[in-house]
Design a protein around this ligand. Structure first.
Ligand code: GDD
Ligand code: MN
Length: 370
């Protein structure tokens, strides 16, 4: 323990890296001078890697569960004693001298996760296999809009161990950075540029089987990330049942003018949607929606703006100016307004943002408003 600095655990999964491990451990020691650190080696290989690593100070060596890189990383996190965990490869593709740049933003600016990124400004893959670099860059570009990180494939990252407390990590592929980013309690994340170079020696263990697993894992994470939007859309669809039932019963049997029936139907269906979304879709964020009635009014207002404003407006523009067949325009507009409604209610009803608090803080932080 160096003058009570937080302990940094560097998790290094190894599979037959006997020609790489010694240099890596020397460089980690060099790079982490002044830090309180331990290295956690999770070895699944059959060569002398573990034997070599055991000779190094600050280094704990465990034989892995032999179920692939993902499981090795999960057990490395489990064995880590540090408050901050760093994950990196053992083949010197990642530079140990970049570890302080990953850890400092967590220590100094309270970031939850820092990613070593090849595809932010300053990132460099010129010393990596061109072919692999190209396909990796394309993959990362596809995933950026969904996950909001430039290098979703990165295997070099650091995070506060507390963000995965109580989180069940699925180690079904190598994509553990993404698994932690999507499942962990990550509020503040940062990407810093790194240089990624060809492995020093030995062969890559990444093959078509692994890549298929990674693609499946990524698809699962996309669905997981969109799970609330999917639930919101399903609840909206379910709401159509009472909507049309009430519209029909009140108009045909109640002899009420159909527009009044529709108003009543919107309120009843809206109330059902609001209640089910509060109970299921946003169950983890219920606490943010303290005043049920206030939430209900906001929900109906957003639904009205979404249906009458966004959906009708977009359908008109697509039909009128893009000349799309009106049924398709309405369908696309419904998806668009659904997304609009979801993003708004997620923020102003079940999110941390609400008018009163926002108004108070802006006055506080911006004396001119006072
Ligand atoms: N314990 C354990 N068990 N370690 C493993 C296993 C396993 O089954 N398979 C691979 N490793 C270790 C390797 O020994 C190496 O330290 C690290 O995991 C990465 O393996 P490489 O074979 O070097 O993978 P790569 O260079 O093709 O892939 C790297 O870059 C990708 C980005 O392009 C990794 O960082 C990937 O995670 C990353 O997505
Ligand atoms: Mn590698």
């Amino acid at each position: 323990m160096i003058n009570n600095k937080p302990l940094v655990s560097v998790v290094v999964p190894t599979f037959n890296e006997e020609d790489n491990i010694a240099l890596l451990l020397v460089d980690i020691k060099q790079g982490l001078q002044g830090f309180n650190f331990e290295v956690v080696v999770i070895d699944d290989g059959t060569d002398k890697t573990a034997k070599i690593a055991m000779r190094f100070p600050h280094t704990e060596v465990y034989s892995g569960p032999d179920q692939g890189l993902g499981e090795a990383i999960v057990s490395g996190i489990k064995y880590s004693k540090g408050e901050i965990v760093v994950v990196m490869d053992a083949d010197n593709s990642h530079s140990p001298f970049d570890i302080p740049r990953l850890v400092k933003p967590i220590l100094q600016y309270n970031y939850d996760m820092v990613i070593g990124s090849r595809y932010v400004k300053g990132g460099d893959i010129s010393k990596w296999d061109r072919q692999r670099g190209r396909s990796s860059r394309i993959g990362a570009a596809i995933m950026f809009p969904i996950f909001g990180v430039r290098d979703a494939n990165s295997g070099f990252f650091a995070f506060k161990k507390s963000i995965v407390d109580g989180v069940k990590l699925r180690a079904t592929s190598w994509k553990m950075m993404m698994e932690i980013l999507v499942k962990g309690n990550v509020n503040k994340k940062l990407e810093i540029p790194i240089t990624f170079r060809d492995r020093m020696s030995g062969v890559s263990k990444n093959n078509i089987k692994q890549k298929l697993r990674q693609a499946k894992h990524m698809f699962y994470l996309v669905v997981y990330k969109c799970r609330r939007y999917i639930s919101f859309a399903l609840v909206g669809g379910l709401g159509d049942i009472p909507h049309f039932l009430i519209l029909w019963l009140m108009t045909d049997y109640g002899h009420v003018y159909y527009l009044w029936s529709n108003m009543a139907a919107i309120i009843v269906a809206g109330t059902q949607n609001y209640t089910i979304n509060h109970i299921i879709t946003f169950r983890k964020d219920r606490a943010n929606n303290r005043n049920w009635f206030y939430g209900w009014t906001k929900f109906l207002v957003v639904m009205a703006i979404g249906d009458f404003g966004v959906q009708t407006g977009v359908a008109f523009l697509l039909t009128q100016y893009v000349h799309i067949f009106y049924i398709l325009s309405v369908f696309l507009a419904t998806i668009g307004s659904g997304l609009f409604k979801f993003l708004i209610v997620k923020r102003i009803i079940w999110g941390k943002w609400n008018w009163r608090k926002h108004n108070a803080t802006s006055k506080e932080h911006n004396p001119k408003l006072a």
